[in-house]
Write a protein that binds this ligand. Structure first.
Ligand SMILES: Cc1ncc(COP(=O)(O)O)c(C=O)c1O
Length: 390
């Protein structure tokens, strides 16, 4: 079956639930067993049958199954946030004295976790140039236990050559972990490109409606148990109501993402024609340095990208952002509505230097009519031009 057909079928079996189309919400802490023998002999590593609420219920497993199968993984686990998914996945592989290779383009809180927590636990975290490709082999040490990628970076949008990194990693039996939130299980079949452990902020496109915090870790068979056991050891879980909403959102990820990509491309191409804009960072654009890798590895693009303004004052940037009427100012992305942020990328780099000399604006393009969005940006750019330079 094709992806769009699968989206409607994975993770549900109406015959199990009185004919209801969707797997119902099973809320649980305690799960009771028929007798002491059954309770005492429940298999420790079976996380997909009823045990205790923390390990999930049929609602959780329905979401996990749908996401894992869409992405081509072996199994998945849902946790309370994307950041929790990153923490649990990384901690499944590193301990004191180990070496972790982390992309310099990582999501900010991933970097904060590495610097504030992992380094304190005695893990040697080394940041690498996201464009390193096969050159990663020169950084691999005898104690390297994981290589973490994020493609593209969610502020700067450098595309990573994950297959090239994975070839070197696998030659040393090192797992490749990747934050694949931007690619989603729908547009990036990560396991076909060498990823071993794929991490999603489900909060974004999987949920798709800006109303749930959720993380998902999808793994191949080799790394399923180490990851799943670590999630259990940390006590991470997700609520049945949130998983229900996430699976409901996931059913429409195909139509949403295709439309949002088309909208984003229209806005991005228009921005490229504007004198105020120096550069647009979006791998789906033919002119983007990461375009060839994106085209080779991805089936589509998320609707999140950045652009650099030709140098303007802070006041002008503020005038531009505040003048936008159809873009909410706020964190996150992947919902149906457009958003804007002004990231400060330079302090988030240590292995590379952020070169852009103008302010960076990040846009998340929603499901609105792109012509309305363009009109809104145009009027905001006019306000920016009229703002004082001070
Ligand atoms: C690329 C990326 N990864 C992970 C996360 C973390 O997800 P959450 O907000 O669900 O913790 C985010 C959130 O913005 C993100 O942009």
């Amino acid at each position: 079956m094709k992806k769009d057909t699968l989206l409607g079928r994975l993770g549900r079996d109406p015959s199990q639930h009185a004919g209801t189309i969707n797997t119902p919400v099973f809320r649980a802490s305690t799960i009771v067993f028929p007798d002491l023998e059954t309770y005492g002999t429940r298999p420790a590593d079976d996380y997909k049958t009823p045990r205790y609420g923390i390990h999930g219920t049929p609602t959780t497993w329905a979401l996990e199954e749908a996401v894992a199968q869409m992405e081509g993984g072996y199994n998945a686990v849902a946790v309370c946030s994307g950041l929790a998914a990153i923490v649990a996945a990384v901690c499944a592989f590193v301990k004191a004295g180990d070496h972790l290779l982390m992309t310099d383009s990582a999501y900010g809180p991933t970097r904060t976790f590495c610097d504030k927590q992992l380094k304190g636990f005695g893990v040697d975290v080394e940041y690498y140039d996201p464009l390193i490709g096969a050159g990663i082999k020169n950084l691999i040490k005898t104690n390297t236990k994981a290589i973490f990628c994020e493609a593209p970076g969610s502020l700067s949008f450098e595309m990573q050559d994950i297959p090239a990194i994975a070839r070197e990693a696998h030659a040393h039996n090192i797992p490749v972990l990747a934050d694949t939130t931007w690619g989603t299980p729908y547009f990036f079949r990560s396991f076909e490109h060498g990823v071993d452990v794929s991490i999603h902020a489900g909060t974004k496109y999987i949920v798709g409606h800006s109303d749930v915090m959720l993380g998902m870790i999808v793994t191949n068979e080799k790394y399923w148990l180490p990851v799943r056991r670590t999630v259990a050891d940390y006590g991470y879980c997700s609520s049945a109501d949130d998983c229900y909403l996430a699976l409901r959102g996931f059913r429409t990820i195909g139509v949403r993402m295709k439309q949002q990509m088309a909208n984003a491309l229209k806005v991005a191409r228009w921005l490229q024609t504007r004198a105020e804009v120096k550069r647009v960072f979006y791998p789906a654009l033919e002119s983007d340095p990461g375009h060839a890798i994106w085209k080779r590895d991805f089936d589509g693009a998320a609707s999140l990208f950045s652009f650099v303004l030709n140098p303007v004052s802070r006041k002008q940037v503020t005038a531009f952002v505040d003048a936008l009427k159809l873009f909410g100012i706020g964190s996150s992305w992947g919902g149906y509505e457009s958003l804007v942020t002004v990231p400060n990328i330079s302090p988030l780099r240590t292995a590379t230097k952020w070169a852009a000399d103008g302010p960076v604006i990040r846009l998340h393009i929603g499901l609105e009519d792109p012509d309305d969005l363009i009109e809104d940006i145009a009027q905001a750019l006019a306000k920016m031009a009229n703002a004082t330079l001070a």
